[in-house]
Design a protein around this ligand. Sequence first.
Ligand SMILES: NC(=O)C1=CN([C@@H]2O[C@H](COP(=O)(O)OP(=O)(O)OC[C@H]3O[C@@H](n4cnc5c(N)ncnc54)[C@H](O)[C@@H]3O)[C@@H](O)[C@H]2O)C=CC1
Ligand SMILES: O=C(O)C1=N[C@H](C(=O)O)C[C@H](O)C1
Length: 273
Amino acid sequence: MIRVAVSGACGRMGSRIVKRITKENDMEVVAAIEAPNTPFKGKDVGEVIGIGSIGVKVTPADELEDILKTSKPDVVVDFTIADAAVNTVEKASKLGINLVVGTTGFSTEQLEKIGKDVKEGNVKAIIAPNMAVGVNVFFKVLEELAKFLPDYNVEIMEAHHKHKKDAPSGTALKALEIISAATGRDPDEVSVYGRKGLIGERSDDEIGVHAIRAGDIVGDHIVLFAGEGERLEVIHRAHSREAFVSGVIRALRFIEKAEPGRISDMKDVLGIR
Ligand SMILES: NC(=O)C1=CN([C@@H]2O[C@H](COP(=O)(O)OP(=O)(O)OC[C@H]3O[C@@H](n4cnc5c(N)ncnc54)[C@H](O)[C@@H]3O)[C@@H](O)[C@H]2O)C=CC1
Ligand SMILES: O=C(O)C1=N[C@H](C(=O)O)C[C@H](O)C1
């Protein structure tokens, strides 16, 4: 049995992950962590998310270390916000507990700290801005297209629900990183986030990144490569968060095979080279 602690257990992703784990016969939820000020402290997480009692109480994050010590998970799954996820990684790494992190919106400094903590704790960690299988194939396709079309203009567009806190999405930023690397560009130098005013013509090198927030859009990503007289568009649309949850379940089954002390991603889980 894979013993799983879920951080952000009552959120849009966390609640679906808890629910799905209860249906799998090789894993179980042993802890459910929520924000320090959670109104659900001490309540059964299953009751809170509407699946009936599962015998696991919601624990606020200020008791994270204690609950990890007493519940002894093999893996902590984190879908929260960047600051909270950094704390989850620090505490879990120190206790030698493996990690699956889907949270996005990290700063460069936070990513460096996460890498250092994983290394020092010598834990196995899968960290990916998008766990959907299709998106990880989409990343591979983008890498190939960028190599074939190095002088085409690239624009990245993403659309998400109105509750999303970070922008652009972690997935859009990963796409920017992949395309930049495939064409020898520095993403910090070539990225242009939205455009407004009399800004002049677009340079050929720049990569536009645009974020839409509206209603209940689960997650759309569109990358276009435009040349003279044509454009090629690659589109991924998530219709349901179950696409991400399925990736989390695959990551949980894979994690024992991950390399300790380094950050793996969904490419490793899915065997995409
Ligand atoms: N990698 C992937 O495939 C996906 C990543 N995400 C990312 O996952 C994150 C969460 O997304 P949603 O579930 O939509 O957000 P949400 O806001 O519905 O859920 C986040 C949960 O974390 C809780 N939380 C806040 N502070 C906490 C703390 N210190 N400790 C523990 N829990 C805490 C909140 O109370 C909330 O219940 C975002 O960063 C999002 O971009 C979302 C979907 C897919
Ligand atoms: O916040 C979300 O909802 C999502 N966030 C991820 C991101 O920032 O890329 C992945 C997915 O698109 C849904």
